[in-house]
Design a protein around this ligand. Structure first.
Ligand code: ZN
Length: 261
């Protein structure tokens, strides 16, 4: 079964010149020259990694749906396949959609169960009401930049052997940015809140939001561990520190933004 073309496009293999070490083994993360060898016009064979001796990327034979399921299950090899061996040049569009989704949830007070910050104007004016959405969007853009920035800074400070250039030739900040966006995909689970907001209790919505955020943090720890090539315990420390410091600064930003309502 093939998924629709726009989604399929995100999982296309990167195209490199033969001989370039721009792919990565999804099991151990080491660079490999290629992912498959053409035996005949109809037969392809997956290349084994020289280091771990396992197939370098088994996902090139898998359907997109299987890869998505493994991504949901927070599989490290699936994350490596998407980040290093797939063409995810449109990942930033998913990031923009997610920021707008969160901003909309915030603007409609769907997150009221876990935060007292609100950008809704009490004056019944459509212009002021719409401005609240833009302020909410600025809030989440600032939140994303702060989270990414602090994860980068804490990684530099606490994990000195961070790879300068990833196995596929891209720089570490570039790969970390892709990783943070990929981890944010779990925030699509906020959509049921918008759909069933009218029929859910405040407590129920708060539990839903906290569970999604916990899933996001676990996903971010896993992806940080892949991109930074460090132990999960250290990734957990870096991500948690970044979240705490980000929350502190974001509260300051929200106090400033609320003056414009
Ligand atoms: Zn390997």
């Amino acid at each position: 079964m093939k998924l629709s073309l726009p989604l399929q496009g995100y999982f296309d293999l990167l195209k490199h010149q033969p001989g370039e070490k721009k792919f990565v083994c999804i099991n151990c993360g080491r660079p490999v020259a290629g992912l498959y060898r053409q035996i005949s016009s109809t037969v392809l064979k997956i290349i084994d990694c020289e280091k771990c001796k396992k197939p370098a990327d088994k996902y090139i034979e898998f359907e997109v749906l299987i890869i998505l399921i493994d991504l949901i299950l927070l599989s490290k090899p699936a994350n490596r396949h998407i980040l290093y061996n797939s063409d995810c040049k449109n990942l930033w569009k998913i990031g923009v959609i997610l920021i707008l989704l969160e901003a909309y949830c915030f603007w409609t007070d769907a997150f009221g169960g876990i935060t007292s910050i609100s950008y809704r104007s009490h004056v019944n004016d459509p212009f002021l009401s719409e401005r609240g959405f833009y302020l909410s969007t600025v809030h989440f853009v600032a939140g994303f930049v702060l989270l990414y920035g602090f994860i980068y800074l804490f990684t530099r400070a606490l994990h000195r052997t961070v790879p300068q250039v990833a196995g596929n030739g891209k720089t570490y900040p570039h790969m970390l940015l892709h990783g943070v966006i990929l981890a944010s995909i779990v925030k699509f689970l906020f959509i049921p809140i918008i759909i069933w907001k009218e029929n859910a209790t405040e407590t129920g919505m708060a539990i839903h939001i906290v569970l999604v955020l916990m899933y996001f943090v676990i996903s971010l720890v896993q992806i940080h561990s892949v991109v930074s090539d460090c132990a999960r315990s250290r990734s957990c420390l870096i991500v948690m520190l970044a979240f705490i410091v980000k929350a502190y600064f974001l509260t300051r930003v929200s106090v400033f933004l609320q003056e414009f309502i």
